[in-house]
Design a protein around this ligand. Structure first.
Ligand code: BDR
Ligand code: CA
Length: 308
């Protein structure tokens, strides 16, 4: 099984990504790490604890950064509710997080499993950036990074910037310039997979606690997308990362040069992607550009259906 660490800010779509990985025998989930993002770190960590408990899996959880490296913190209660995972009744977790910082866990784990570990961040890249700066020796030891964030075209938090990129653009730039093998799932592809009512109904039709949990999460997540975009459901961003590890045949991608806009203007936080290689700069990211959305949702339903 492929050893992976999931780093996120649950978050409706982060939660579904965690559940997808935890039930899939293709992976050995070495740990879940949390970061500020959709809501504050206390809430994202608590949500990770809840998801672990619902999954019935035994995996360590480490809390990480509670703020970005340089800029001020932003958050997305407007999308995810005050808890960060509003919608379903959330149980009180009975077990806490481990002692120690997520960045240290990432460093120790990558060193112990040299060349093997895939990192799957689905929030701001602060924990990865901290780890890369504290221990530059780990960068060549990482198998790959698979990130949900950025966009080759428009943003969702400003006209130019996607939320995870904007939330810590300096951390993202550290990762983009690190030389680590990196695959990016931006809004340009995640906006191709909308959890419309028929797709939500497929989760509910599983008739299980997990199917119902996912359906209620997706129904809450849809509300913001209806108001903002006029879409009949939420864009299921984060689970594309783990889905791609399981079924790369469902996606198309191309490698390109990507850099962060770190200026203070209207394009601040943009992932400037050289789609047509107009600069000839070295390609540092595999950018996913297309998805078989029906195949993606079928995979999610089949996997979540494996929970009792
Ligand atoms: C990203 O921001 C968060 O709201 C989601 O969890 C996803 O990771 C989409 O822009
Ligand atoms: Ca997220």
């Amino acid at each position: 099984a492929q050893p992976i660490i999931l780093d996120g800010d649950p978050g409706h779509d982060d939660a579904i990504n965690f559940l997808l990985a935890l039930i899939s025998p293709e992976f050995q989930v070495l740990g879940l790490t949390t970061v500020f993002g959709n809501v504050g770190l206390d809430h994202t960590t608590r949500n990770a604890l809840i998801v672990r408990e619902l999954s019935g899996m035994d995996v360590p959880i480490f809390a990480g950064a509670d703020r970005p490296l340089v800029r001020g913190r932003i958050s997305a209660e407007a999308v995810h509710g005050d808890s960060g995972m509003d919608g379903p009744d959330l149980p009180t977790p009975t077990r806490g997080a481990e002692a120690g910082h997520a960045a240290h866990f990432i460093i120790d784990t990558v060193r112990a499993r040299s060349g093997e570990v895939t990192l799957v961040p689905t929030g701001p890249l602060t924990n990865l950036a901290l780890a890369f700066r504290l221990a530059p020796d780990i960068v060549p030891l990482i198998r790959q990074v698979v990130w949900m964030g950025g966009s080759t075209d428009t943003g969702n938090w400003t006209p130019a910037a996607e939320f995870n990129a904007l939330a810590d653009p300096h951390a993202a730039q550290i990762v983009f310039t690190s030389g680590v093998p990196l695959t990016m799932f931006g809004l340009n592809v995640t906006h191709q997979a909308i959890a419309h009512p028929a797709r939500v109904a497929a989760f509910r039709a599983l008739g299980t606690r997990m199917g119902e949990f996912a359906a209620v999460l997706l129904e809450f997540f849809a509300e913001h997308h209806r108001e903002r975009y006029g879409w009949d459901g939420g864009a299921l961003h984060d689970p594309m990362t783990v889905a791609w590890l399981l079924r790369p045949d469902l996606f198309v991608s191309r490698s390109m040069h990507v850099e962060m806009d770190l200026t203070a203007g209207p394009s601040a936080g943009r992932t400037v992607a050289d789609v047509w290689n107009v600069t000839g700069q070295p390609k540092n990211a595999e950018v996913v550009t297309g998805v078989d959305a029906d195949g993606f949702f079928a995979l999610l339903v089949e996997r979540l259906g494996r929970y009792p």
